[in-house]
Design a protein. Structure first.
Length: 223
């Protein structure tokens, strides 16, 4: 089974710097992708979701600050920890970089151990954010399922009573004519009630594959 490595995207147009960063991070156990500028990075992000982006400030076509600004405007990229690398070291430069939404700012040449420490911090923060989002998502699913289960049970109870009334109102001969239909309705009521009860008691929501690449809640009900 393949090891699930933490992922980093390096966005750097200086080939020597990119090679040094890639070598260092691969030796440290990370899965690495590289891009020469912000335009290439956007293409790479379509199929590679990193925990951390390490981007140079000054690059052709799209620099690191513009790339950061664009990513922060897209929901699917907001949680990626973004570190800007630059030779600029003034306070004004740092403020400008951080104002775009960057999480950290390192001045070149960087110390390897400091860089690795910042990356480890970024990965921890990214994973915590992912765990919080998943917990919030699961909480919302449980609340929605509980509400749906109650809302289904009310009309279902009325339907069950109506079926019982029909059975009592009809004589044996009339009832025999529709007995098969009654049994089908009663079986459907039973299955719907099982699903409603599973929704009300849902604790750890799980999704299962459905048709056309879609997913649905796995309620694990008995037929």
């Amino acid at each position: 089974m393949a090891e699930n490595k933490d992922k980093i995207l390096i966005v750097e147009d200086e080939q020597d710097t990119k090679y040094i960063l890639e070598t260092l991070l691969k030796r440290s156990g990370y899965e690495i992708r590289t891009a020469n500028n912000g335009v290439e990075a956007l293409e790479t992000l379509k199929e590679f979701k990193p925990h951390v982006i390490l981007a140079d400030w000054t690059m052709p076509l799209m620099d690191g600050v513009e790339l950061c600004d664009r990513l922060r405007k897209k929901e699917e990229y907001k949680s990626i920890y973004y570190i800007i690398l630059t030779a600029r070291g003034t306070l004004r430069d740092k403020i400008e970089g951080l104002d775009t939404g960057a999480d950290d700012f390192l001045v070149k040449p960087t110390d390897n151990q400091e860089l690795l420490a910042r990356i480890r911090t970024g990965i921890r923060i990214t994973k915590l954010q992912e765990e919080l989002r998943e917990a919030e998502h699961n909480k919302a699913l449980v609340e929605m399922a509980f509400t749906a289960g109650h809302q289904i049970n009310n009309p279902l109870a009325s339907l069950s009573l109506s079926v019982e009334n029909i059975k009592q109102e009809l004589d044996e001969r009339e009832l025999a004519k529709i007995q098969d239909d009654i049994e089908i309705i009663e079986e459907a009521i039973k299955r719907i009630k099982n699903a409603a009860d599973a929704l009300k008691n849902l604790q750890n929501p799980k999704l299962t594959d459905y048709a056309s690449g879609k997913q649905m809640l796995d309620l694990d009900t008995e037929d």
